[in-house]
Write a protein that binds this ligand. Sequence first.
Ligand code: CO8
Length: 296
Amino acid sequence: MASVAAVTRALLGKSVLNTGRVATANTGFIKFYSTAPQYENIKVDVVGSKKNVGLIQLNRPKALNALCGALFKELGKAVEEFDTDEKIAAIIITGNEKAFAAGADIKEMQGNTYSGNTRQGFLKDWEAVSNCGKPVIAAVNGFALGGGCELAMMCDIIYAGEKAKFGQPEINIGTIPGAGGTQRLPRYVGKSKAMEIVLTGTFIDAIEAERMGLVSRVFPVEKLLEETIKLAERIGTHSPLIVKMAKQSVNQAYETTLKSGLQFEKSIFYGTFATEDQKEGMTAFIEKRAPNFKNN
Ligand code: CO8
């Protein structure tokens, strides 16, 4: 499969930048600067016509992007950097055609012990994605299994290629999902389907995942990244501040009762009226022009 950089260059017809804050000459090649983060298990680019989309590609193809500890540390760092970078509007996490991620690294954790897991807080590095304030979109081709499915579910939106396969096969290897599979999956697809997936380890395909509400759209494999970048760019046309408030409010639906969720939503809604971007958005509507949001 072509690298993410090659795909995005082809899509955008221009060079992409990595997270080094210095732009390269438009030679069509990515140039890495010494100040840019160097990663071993992921690749990081900034893409989109406005260079406001952070793109993270999981990059352990020989192990089907199995999520080893080092990968998760790097992923967390990259997400946090994009989250604090004011130029970035949304973040995409993707894999390759064969695998988004085939789960936590079984070879790495096979010898783990209960006391060791507890002492070291096994999984603690997995929180950066779900804590990110900006929208995070999973672009899933191939296998999203175990921790890979859980990683996708930590994201705010899941787009899938038509050959994607989702599953929680931990039951096959004598354990259970440990990063949200028994908690987020029922919230997406309901108890009966979640039980079936978790208790049998059966994989579901992209169309079924879309029908269940796990995935919001399915695309031909080669179109997935292009469509996901378009989605991120569309989000990026809005006020980043209001996007963040909207994300907080939707997330609250998973944390609380309807009554307190509605109260939370109301206070965030009222809060938008304390922002310049609400004034600008409504003024622009009345004046029949495009808004010029200031993230304020
Ligand atoms: N961990 C480590 N290595 C893996 C993993 C994995 N999860 N998945 C695949 N690989 C490796 C294989 O061992 C193989 O390596 P090698 O060439 O050295 O033998 C290589 O990737 C290619 O895999 P296969 O030859 O098996 O490829 P196939 O196309 O035949 O099969 C499958 C693809 C069906 C995806 C198969 O590889 C498979 O079943 N993988 C395991 C899926 C799984 O059980 N995932 C759940 C893991 S447990 C988990 O995620 C718990 C999450 C809780 C949080 C934990 C936080 C750390």
